[in-house]
Design a protein around this ligand. Structure first.
Ligand code: ADP
Ligand code: MG
Length: 591
């Protein structure tokens, strides 16, 4: 499974290239924020350098060793002069303190800015994914494992945004390294260059560990994706598994991914720790060798060597920190690309904004020669039927006949391959789909309630709907009595999937949810099929009481709803026929 998941488009690019492209994408998406953060860090670095130079010249002044000031000292003296400060050991010390203090404040501000941007990156990625998925075609959405989407929103967005943080850290460290390198080169370019090349070679050798971390990051991304996909699926079906004592199969199913994840995490930890552990001694050795070469072989004055080595050790130390940040970026890279891929895929499946005519529903809905198939094989072939306005039309047919498909065609969730759905004589293709769906109250086969209050389950978070609307809808759906009798009334929490309610109560809540925005068309998909006879009769009474208020389309495999219908159609293997034609066969199948 790991192989399949990591073999994405993003994973085909070399690890470093992918990480680099991610950073470029971040800078493109947040040019102002990135520039501001880097500029603040650059100024901070400069102030730090200047502060240290000032300290240096303070030392020279204090020891009376100031006849031949080095370049940094000259710079510091000039800077003090420009500020109108007479350079003495005391004033230079104060100036150094002021510079270093200002630097600290700037670094704080820059880091805060980076932190905010990290949150921004995560938020933007999450919203982009959510919007793209919500705007995608119904058929595409159906094929998405929910767990993968939650994984993308949670872990991938988090990891990707961390990439931005480490990108900023790396940028800052590289800038610092540059500033110090320039100063060191100004003191002795030969010695500095030699030291820098040696340091660069050592760090390049450690790049193996960066690539190792990148591979571990990729396998984590793939494993998390499939783990959360499988897990969410399995947790949704845990009741039968537990009831039949088969929960250990879930364990076996997930164990492979969890163990794989453990291996990947261990590799990531090892490469990270190994990089830190190896960087330090190598840098110490470098400084030792440099000291030996400068003092013993090149016979440079001790004071100059100390300054040089101090500067060079800082440069290489900055480079080492930049490399550690780069390692983090490389780990985050795959999460970013995986998330981007999910967003792109959903955007490519975006439901086009079709039609612009405002819908009306005064006459009725007509299916005219509609042909549709979920795959290559057509399910409905040139089927026609009418759903007159203001009446209850019921389609009876066995499971698998294509009833839900037909309903989804009417709602515009699916589009006919050939033929048309007409609403008041206007092809649905010309009608603004959003407006049309706003006119529909939909009660699905499985009344999916969310773990929230009754109120929220009815409004689905639509804030324009007040408690009065909810009460009215609950009364219409015959749900007010039980809902108001709950411990906290409509503010009672319903538990996972509405676990606190009986099947019939759940169905009524779903009905209230469909009625709360005062639809013109009420679609009822097998609303009574999971209920016992008494609950079924009660729900049907509720539906009958709604007659005349709105147009209703009900599909069912049973007979109870049919008895209440004004118009009945039968459906069998995708063939719709007016009541009477092949009654017996459909009835037999229904049983
Ligand atoms: P009903 O609601 O009458 O039980 P459906 O409309 O749900 O029937 O399904 C009709 C047929 O279409 C079934 O054979 C089902 O397997 C198939 N089908 C339904 N939805 C899909 C889908 N998203 N992809 C592929 N086949 C589907
Ligand atoms: Mg169905």
């Amino acid at each position: 499974m790991n192989d399949v998941d990591t073999r994405s488009v993003a994973a085909t690019q070399p690890i470093g290239a992918g990480a680099w492209r991610m950073l470029v994408a971040f800078v493109r998406a947040y040019p102002g924020r990135s520039a501001l953060a880097l500029a603040a860090l650059l100024v901070a670095g400069l102030l730090d350098g200047l502060g240290l130079s000032t300290l240096l010249s303070m030392l020279s002044l204090a020891t009376g060793d100031g006849e031949s000031p080095s370049l940094p000292e000259e710079l510091a003296l000039e800077f003090a002069g420009a500020l109108g400060i007479t350079p003495t050991a005391g004033t230079m010390l104060l100036l150094a303190i002021a510079l270093i203090g200002t630097k600290a404040i700037l670094v704080l501000l820059a880091n805060r800015q980076v932190g905010y941007t990290v949150a921004h990156v995560a938020t933007d990625l999450r919203l982009a994914l959510l919007r793209a998925v919500m705007a995608s075609r119904w058929r595409y959405y159906l094929a998405q494992p929910v767990g993968r989407l939650s994984n993308a929103v949670a872990t991938e967005a988090q990891r990707a945004s961390e990439g931005f943080r480490h990108g900023a850290v790396m940028g800052a460290q590289l800038l610092n390294a540059m500033i110090y390198a320039v100063v060191a080169l100004a003191i002795s370019w030969q010695a500095s260059l030699a030291a820098l090349v040696a340091g660069g070679v050592l760090l390049a050798g450690l790049n193996v560990l960066v690539r190792m971390a990148g591979r571990a990051g990729r396998s984590q991304t793939g494993l998390l994706k499939s783990l959360l996909g499988v897990m969410t699926d399995q947790l949704g079906a845990v009741k039968p598994l537990k009831a039949m004592g088969r929960e250990e199969h879930v364990d076996a199913l997930l164990a492979r991914q969890i163990r794989g994840l453990n291996i990947a995490l261990r590799r990531q930890v090892f490469s990270k720790e190994a990089l830190t552990a190896l960087q330090e001694p190598l840098l110490a050795i470098l400084v030792g060798v440099g000291f030996f070469v400068f003092v013993v072989s090149l016979d440079m004055p001790l004071a100059a060597v100390v300054v040089m080595l101090f500067l060079l050790a800082r440069v290489v130390n900055f480079l080492a920190k930049a490399q550690r940040a780069w390692q983090h970026i490389v780990v985050a890279e795959s999460a970013y690309w995986s998330l981007r891929e999910t967003i792109h895929a959903a955007e490519a499946e975006r439901e086009p904004a079709r039609g612009h005519r405002a819908p009306t529903l005064d006459e009725g809905i007509e299916l005219r020669d509609v042909t549709f198939g979920h795959g290559a094989q057509p399910l409905l072939v040139e089927q026609s039927m009418r759903i007159p306005a203001g009446a209850l039309t019921v389609i009876v047919g066995p499971s698998g006949a294509g009833k839900t498909t037909l309903v989804d065609l009417v709602a515009g969730l699916l589009r006919p391959d050939r033929g048309e759905v007409l609403v008041d004589g206007v092809p649905l293709a010309d009608i603004d789909h959003r407006q049309w769906r706003h006119m529909i109250g939909y009660v699905p086969q499985d009344p999916l309630l969310v773990n929230d209050t009754v109120l929220h389950n009815v409004t689905l978070g639509q804030s324009e709907l007040g408690e009065d609307d909810v009460r009215e809808a609950l009364e219409l759906a015959n749900a007010w009595d039980f809902a108001s009798a709950l411990p906290d009334g409509v503010h009672t929490l319903l538990g996972e999937r509405g676990g606190r309610l009986s099947g019939g109560q759940r169905q009524r809540l779903a009905l209230a949810r469909a009625l709360v925005h005062r639809p013109r068309l009420l679609v009822l998909d097998e609303v009574t099929s999971s209920l016992d006879a008494a609950a079924e009769a009660a729900v049907i009474d509720t539906i009958v009481a709604l007659k005349g208020r709105l147009t209703m389309l009900g599909v069912t495999h049973g007979n109870a709803l049919r008895a209440a219908a004004d118009h009945v159609y039968r459906m069998h293997e995708g063939v719709v026929s007016a009541n009477g034609a092949d009654n017996e066969r459909a009835d037999d199948d229904a049983r």
